[in-house]
Design a protein around this ligand. Structure first.
Ligand SMILES: [Zn+2]
Length: 437
């Protein structure tokens, strides 16, 4: 099925909206995802402090396999994906003598605006109960073999298509030691001046049975930041005047995931948008990106099972512990993978989001929205909602860079603007507020 998909998409690109390109539903292959997780588990442990050199066991072997896999996928698309590694030595409480953290990237360079970047990531490292134990078997099937397999499968799917921006498939190391791989890629983005449209972090995306036995197979959670960690004092003052605590760029990215999830009901996943940067009192590799001001969200399962995360593989009485492959649900992982691919496709087919949008209309009965023009935008879509509503309620398209909404009282409404491509693919929505000054 997926072999024919590229052809279908190539024709569809020019005729139908981006979100409708794939009537095939779940494009990801559950059997291939399982095979990749089996391979990742076969390295014994992928602890960041495990051997970087051993040909069979440890994180080095896993990273080399992943790099070879990206290279192999690149060969099938005429070299559209190149492999790059990022590495830096990190030292901290969880690696007292320091360790070389290596991220493996598959880079699908954009044909139009290659400095615009969409990153889809997971962490390849694993751990057991003792975070310092780098020798015991740490299968890390779900945490985060599931996300790693998803990233590789997304590369297989999306490499069949061409996009103006660059897509980076990123397998990060050092997550369990302190989100080091996440910091390395975020700082690399900053140093190289990438215009990051989105970072999608997939961490624990492959189980459907919870700790208490409940099953959640039709929902994926997406965690997002509301108020930006990177907000300056001047920006904070502007936001205090306009509102927008629920409308930061990462929250907008979460809403884009929800929109794509609804448009692609054939994938069969509800996007549960959790209005928090990550799970309560826990973190992930998207957090360093947020700190540098990039839109970033975390995908994770609808329900977690803590007996199968960060645990030594063992049996206590009737109770099994350990992050083993038999606890996973690959049909579910295939759906989460397909949703990620659909979201990347939408964002990569769209122009960039407007860099800024302004709201006007104080002491009148109308609302005015103006925004910065976007290169490559065929038109714009202005969204608005009542100021007590959670989600956008109404929208109107225009080819102009301003729009008046007659009879919409600005005090009582929020507004935002998306840039739209000729094919109908939409950027995330830029919240309209007071200009920072
Ligand atoms: Zn994890």
């Amino acid at each position: 099925m997926y072999k024919t998909f590229g052809l279908v998409a190539a024709f569809a690109l020019f005729s139908v909206p981006a979100h409708a390109q794939n009537p095939a539903g779940v494009e990801a292959d559950a059997a291939r995802l399982r095979a990749d997780v089996e391979t990742l588990v076969s390295f014994g442990t992928r602890h960041t402090l495990s051997s970087p050199d051993d040909p069979k066991r440890g994180i080095g072997a896993a990273r080399r396999w992943a790099a070879a896999e990206f290279a192999r996928i690149g060969k099938t698309c005429g070299g559209c994906i190149t492999v790059e590694t990022l590495d830096r030595r990190f030292t901290g409480p969880r690696a007292l003598n320091g360790v070389n953290v290596v991220n493996v990237l598959g880079v699908q360079r954009g044909s139009g605006s290659p400095d615009d970047v969409i990153i889809i990531s997971a962490h390849i490292d694993s751990r057991v109960s003792d975070v310092a134990d780098f020798t015991s078997d740490a299968p890390g099937a779900n945490d985060d073999g599931s996300g790693s397999a998803l990233v590789i499968e997304a590369a297989r799917i999306l490499s069949k298509e061409k996009f103006a921006p660059t897509i980076i498939y990123a397998l990060l190391s050092g997550e369990e030691q302190g989100l080091w791989g996440g910091r390395l890629i975020a700082e690399t983005a900053q140093a190289r001046g990438w215009q990051v449209r989105a970072l999608l972090n997939n961490d624990i995306v492959g189980n459907t049975e919870g700790q208490d036995g409940r099953r959640v197979a039709d929902r994926v959670r997406v965690f997002s930041e509301g108020i930006r960690a990177a907000e300056s004092t001047v920006e904070a003052m502007a936001r205090r005047g306009s509102g927008g605590e629920d409308d930061g760029p990462s929250r907008a990215l979460m809403r884009a995931a929800q929109r794509v999830g609804k448009a692609r009901s054939d994938i069969g996943l509800e996007v549960f948008g959790v209005r928090r940067p990550d799970r309560f009192a826990r973190g992930g590799d998207h957090l360093p990106a947020l700190e540098l001001g990039y839109p970033a969200i975390r995908f994770t399962v609808g329900v977690e099972n803590y007996d199968h995360q960060h645990q030594d593989v063992r049996v206590e009485g009737e109770r099994k512990f350990g992050d083993t492959i038999d606890e996973m649900d690959f049909a579910y992982l295939a759906r989460v993978t397909s949703l990620n691919a659909a979201l990347v496709r939408e964002l990569a087919s769209a122009p960039s989001a407007p860099a800024s949008a302004m709201l006007g209309g104080a002491v009148t009965s109308d609302t005015q929205v103006t925004w910065a023009p976007v290169a490559g935008a065929a038109r714009y879509k202005v969204y608005w909602r009542r100021a007590d509503a959670r989600d956008w309620e109404q929208s109107q398209e225009t080819t102009d860079t301003k729009l008046t909404l007659p009879g919409v009282i600005v005090d009582d409404h929020f507004a935002g603007v998306a840039a739209v491509s000729q094919s109908g693919a939409e950027s995330t929505i830029t919240f309209a507020g007071l200009p920072p000054r």
